[in-house]
Ligand binder design. Sequence first.
Ligand code: FA5
Length: 338
Amino acid sequence: MEAVPLDAFLAEMARCRADAEAMLAAAADGAAVERARVEFLGARNGRLKGIQKGLGTVEPAARRDAGRHFNDLKDWLTVAIAAAQDRVAAAPATAEAAIDVTLPGTPVPLGHLHPITQTIRRVQEIMSRLGFESVDGPEVEDQWHNFDALAISPEHPARDPLDNFFLQVARGNDPLLLRSQTSTVQIRVMERRRPPLRIVSLGRVYRPDTADATHYPMFHQVEGLLVEPGTTMAHLKTTLRLLASSFLGAGVRVRFRPAFFPFTEPSVEVDMEWGGRWVEMGGAGMVDPAVLTAVGLDPDAVSGFAFGLGVERIAARRHGVADIRDFYRNDVRFLRQF
Ligand code: FA5
């Protein structure tokens, strides 16, 4: 066998030391230090054992020198591994090692849906049982869908700039606005689809109203629309009574008062009894022939009813909330109750 020069032997030992240094520095727990110990000092296949075997092949004149360096490496490895063992024993190195599995777990705080969202879902569910499909409409609207198609004439006070959130953005010459009512969705649906129609739409509407116990500048409405041949006021009243009793309990009293809306004829105001008082919840009526004409339907062939109720008000009535502003104060002590 050819003799190994001293330099090559020393280089191999330097590599072994560098590798051991790196492995020990990275060792984060007792198991990792033990893997390093087996790798370098292991009695059968440790790297030091391999180097020791090579000692006999070093050129004879340099063998004493090589043996001294070998002993230095062995001492260094022994001390470095002992030091690493002490280091990992002093601190719980991994999260796993720090976990006491006998301790009770940390409760994860669970949130829930906002009471208005809960109300929206519940109303959708009730209406779906009556065959009304849920649809959405845009919150930024043009004047055709918010006013004109609903027979709200250009002079009507509902179009007053002080009663609406008009936007700088326009479509043609027509400034857009944040919709002031969900009745816009009646038009959008009737423009796209032909009767028979049964839809319900719940969403945000905006009016520059001063906030008080029953008003907020952003609120939600539930809009219902049914268009089928032979529809009468009796269908409208029955549908609203069923919605009210399903959502608010069988005991709720509903009252219909003659009223006026440009897009229904006849029209009614819908009141519900609440703590001995009558509170206005919305408006309703038979879809006005002018509206059917505006969307290309024949008023002599079909008829329909529509209603729009304030979601905050029915939610407040259901939960006994005296002031709808509480829904939007973001006070978790209030919201947690629902
Ligand atoms: C309307 O908005 C009609 N679009 C309703 C309608 C639909 C009539 C279909 C006929 C056919 P009104 O402006 O009255 O109507 O509003 C309806 C309901 O929205 C009110 O009764 C009230 O419950 C609620 N509401 C109105 N303004 C506010 C507000 N600022 N904050 C909270 N709720 C409001």
